[in-house]
Design a protein around this ligand. Structure first.
Ligand code: HEM
Length: 238
């Protein structure tokens, strides 16, 4: 039989393991959760899986953020935009993933919470990478604007003249907003599980966690909205 162009011959592994399982390394992947008989509580398996899913998608996010930064530095704005849209979509997916934990009651969480003593989400390598890689994207974008002699305000005042710059600026603020939504939803999840006047297993008091809700990566993008409103007011539009 003739083979289609680009056909890749894949041999089945000899001993039982399918190509699917081997390619996806399912033996390793599915052994990374506690065996059922070792679970301290029924809901512990879901808790582990939800967190592992976060780490996987944040690994992909960090990979894309590094690519976006490179693309911006090479002035490949439309490809950078495509990847940033992917990054944004991942974070929305993760908001739904986090909601899975709302199917757990606070008392059920207390049945295994002591296993996390000393552990904290702040040790998440994925989240740390996002905190490290996200803010510098602004500098990469800013350099593009500076090189073209265009201010951020110009981009917003004349979006039709700078469609790609405008689309990228809007995608950056989408990303910032969904990350802020993550912080808010995460705070509410934590509050729903352990209350607002307690301290996390990692030692952070809940009021401190609540303050991070207001953190943003790109303050300039939020600030330019104020400038536009002031300008609109000066022009008698509002
Ligand atoms: C029962 C559900 C959860 C509770 C009660 C909870 C609680 C907390 C608390 C209290 C903190 C402050 C640090 C500390 O532990 O002392 C924290 C931090 C954190 N948690 Fe969670 N969390 C939950 C689920 C999740 C999930 C599903 C993720 C996703 C990976 C996550 C990611 C994080 C991150 C990234 C931080 C650090 C935040 C920062 O440094 O600003 N948490 N969590």
């Amino acid at each position: 039989m003739s083979k289609a162009p680009g056909h890749v011959e894949v041999r089945r592994p000899a001993r039982g393991e399918s190509v699917y399982a081997r390619y996806l390394r399912l033996n390793e992947l599915l052994s990374l959760q506690k065996p059922e008989e070792e679970l301290a509580h029924h809901d512990e398996l879901q808790f582990q899986i939800v967190h592992q899913v976060f780490e996987l998608w944040w690994k992909e996010t960090a990979f894309e953020l590094r690519s976006i930064s490179r693309l911006l530095r090479d002035a490949h704005l439309s490809e950078a935009l495509r990847l940033l849209q992917r990054v944004i979509r991942i974070q929305y997916l993760l908001l739904e993933n986090m909601r899975m934990l709302e199917t757990m009651s606070p008392w059920d969480f207390h049945a295994f919470r002591q296993l996390l003593a000393g552990g904290a989400g702040s040790d998440s390598p994925g989240y740390r990478e996002l905190l490290r890689l996200s803010p510098p994207l602004w500098d990469d974008f800013r350099s593009l604007l500076d090189a073209a002699g265009i201010s951020l305000r110009d981009v917003y005042l004349s979006a039709e003249r700078y469609p790609l710059l405008h689309a990228f600026a809007e995608a950056l603020i989408d990303y910032d907003e969904v990350m802020q939504t993550f912080r808010f939803r995460h705070y509410k999840l934590a509050e729903r599980m352990i209350g607002s006047a307690t301290t996390g297993t990692g030692g952070t008091p809940m009021p401190l966690l609540e303050r991070t809700i207001h953190d943003v990566f790109y303050p300039e993008l939020w600030e330019v909205r104020n400038q536009l409103s002031t300008l609109a007011q000066e022009q008698g539009r509002i």
